[in-house]
Design a binder for this molecule. Sequence first.
Ligand SMILES: [Zn+2]
Length: 994
Amino acid sequence: SDEEADKAAVAMSVGVGSWCDPESVLGLAHFLEHMLFLGTERYPDEGFFEKFLQKSGGMTNAFTEAESTNYFFDINHSSLLDALDRFSSFFICPLFTVEATDRELKAVDSEHQKNLQSDLWRISQLHKSLSDPNHVFRKFRSGNYKTLHDIPKEKGIDVRQELFRFYQKYYSSSIMCLTVLGREPLDVLEKAVRDNFSSVRNLKTERPKFSGNPFPKQFRQKEILAVPVKDLRSLHIKWVVPPCRKNYRTKEWSFFSHLLGHEGPGSILSFLKEKQWANELGSGIDISTSCFAVFSTEIDLSETGINHIQDIILSVFQYLSLLRKMSEDQWQTHYEELRDISAMNFRFKSKEQSSNYVVSLSSGLSKYDPNDVLTGPYLYQSFDFNFVQTFLSHLNVENFRYNVVAREFSGKTDSIEPYYQTEYRVNDIPKKLLQEWETCGLSSGFVLPVKNQFIATNFEIFQPESKEHELETSHPYQILDEPLIECWYSLDTKFKQPKAHIILDIVTPEAYSSPRNSVLTNLYCQYVQFSLNEFAYDADLAGLGYALSLTTHGLQLTLQGYCQKMHVLFERIIDRLKNLKVENERFQVIKEKMQRQYMNFRKGQPFSHSMYNQAMCSDHVKWHNDQYESSIIELTVDDLRSHMSALFRQAFFRALINGNLRKSDALLFCDKLKTVLNCKPLYPSQHIDHRIVKFEDRHLYRHSMKGPNSDDPNSAVVCSYQIGEQTIRNSCLNQLLDHITSQFIYEQLRTIEQLGYLVWSVGVSRDKVLSFQIIVQSLRDPVYLEQRIEACVDSIGGLITSMDEIDFAQNRKALIDLLLEKDRTLSKVTQKFWNAIASYSYMFDRAEREANELTTISKLDVLAHYREFIHSDGVHRRKLTTHVLSAAVSAAVNGVDGGAVNASPAADGAPDTAGASADGAAPGDDDKVSESARTPTAPDVVEITNAEKASKALPKPLRQPPKDTSTVVEITDFFGFKRSMPLFPNFCRKMSNM
Ligand SMILES: [Zn+2]
């Protein structure tokens, strides 16, 4: 119970997952997870739950792991009790209708299709394939058309019957854990749970038990070489260790994540960087299950590093020898440091998103003692030297294997993984080498980390100095307004945490003035971070982090975390910005890594290219990745040196300091900035504008390109309708339109027409210009997709008109509640303040104003907004559409006729598919120790479909797309196009100090 929670949330963790899939129906647990949402006896309408949530400001999702399946939702706090009744019916009386079964199979297959080009999924499955064939670990998790349709069919298995059988066997209250978070007092919540869930059957089923280790001797001591899709280069050293969940009180594995993963002086990474072999390193429990765990050290290799794999592994074993020499007292010291940091983080933990919180608690219920459910993942309760020694004893040559992932192995492999077609090769490791590693002893280069000086000791919370200051704490006010610097400051009194957040824009004309300069600035940012890494790593461990990045107007530096020692980190960063020393060898390593990043841009999902091209067409100043790629080739370390000397000649600083820092502290930060960087102010004309291309009424702008990843079968399209300047009114209309129509658009394009797994619509604000967008990724041709989008858009008017007033009012209320939701973290508040400052609107209460304005908006207003800007006859319709046509299947697709949709993947061999992040069947989701690793990401929300009833929807002939009489403009050259176009007026210029 949390009486301040705006969002209530509920999660149900069922103690069965894909490890219980029948061998002939792999992916069944995941399929069932999808099916559970598609109608119950009490609520037979397939979309009943989503429709209910839409009106109550909620969302829902689910994910399937090896040993559990989790279903969750969030909702406005006032609707929790009604939602429980609906949610509980999933676990009491699901229908698994025949129609939905057939249709949802395709959604599951689409989900797999979109993972095929993902290295994360590919490598994860490769590890499974290279394990004991008799161990459940090997099973293919997500399922596809073959495993859920073809194979069962061949064997005469009825998949729908299997769904029932699986459900009836495992969906028993005896292995379900439920977490409910709401505003109501605990007694009320408990009663609601009893009322709604007592009819969930208790079959006294026990949690399925698994035993054994999936890596018997013949799968250990191997070298696995694999070819990635992207240009990645990494080494993964893996040890199989006993299951470690039950040791959550002592957490001995975390000592090894900490020490092997350390980045300070004397660490493995420090040594590897010195040798120019590696860029990054991470260590920790990679897979955690009830019967085994895998501890892994992962190293991002440089170009030369790939030729030193054996040396690198040797260094890791040498470091382990150092750990074997540690005394009990030394371990105790490290234990105390880890314990103190964790305790501090738990004490000052920000509130999580309700849905994330209930998900982690519901799965924690089966892992921790009831008393430890809240603290289990965080707190260290005792130190046990024997446990540490036992864990260390497993990190030996006997239990390990490693894999190297690199494009360099292309053509040198001899096997193909069956589900993802990853090319690989397995080699034995020579006995001699194993022996050398086993007996390697110490190396003088390695030393243990010293005491971390960044751990905060003072948690004093500052109070406003006077009554009038108290008023100023609700939003930031300006404490400096000079030609060189503008500083906004706010003392936080909401969160009462000893933390602060700084955002600093360094506006400098040199930074982004050409593609070449942008690349140089980017190289500079990377180099600064590299050079600070050993110093800043301790700060990071102690909960004080920073980031430095290139923006279109210069650089942005952010710092956040415990405020006591923030100035130490800040001063060091500023000093390094001014006095960075660069040398050629390291420059080449950083440059090579950036080159690969620019190249890997091409392997992104088609929809992301489509969105990128939208920005290329509408942002007045934006360089293209291709330009970066060609500019970087000839850059030398001397180019970087001369760029650095010009970078801060003139600048303008815009800062926001928010949190538990006094005004005098904030002014000290500013002083430091001015004196160290010592820049001259900009001339007024040098201040950089962000302006958006203004499209003309009744025009349709179109950009098309071939998908740059020739192996990706997906195409994508983004249709964007430009609305105009972001006024409060416009913004409200656009958001409300989005809120009312998003579920409808999703149902039509994804569920009914089965265009693809990834379908969504959204109201967007970009540099204060609004638009409404619809995005689809699909195996279909983009021209066809656009026709289907237009047909759907055309029917929105009918949807709004037919909506009854009560329904409309509920939707509007849900949006108002969303806008007025309290900010949960200091970060969120800071970002909100910053948006108001960086856009020069200084409207710190935008949400309140919009919520207020919304109350005046009627159904007819929304309809008029739609008719004016989005409908095909709209007088102010300005449409930009960006097509990405898959090179892989463009020849095979012929459905550009706007006729009937072939919704059968079997018939055209081309199942519907799409992109974005996956649902819960995530790669390596064998139950990570870190709870946050499972946090679903935003695009997930589209994962679960609610579908119109198939019987009603499918036979209906599809609506024809309307005739569009707009003038068509084909965009072939972004820069030429933008030169010819008018821009929106400059809403953003601040004139006062010029
Ligand atoms: Zn799924």
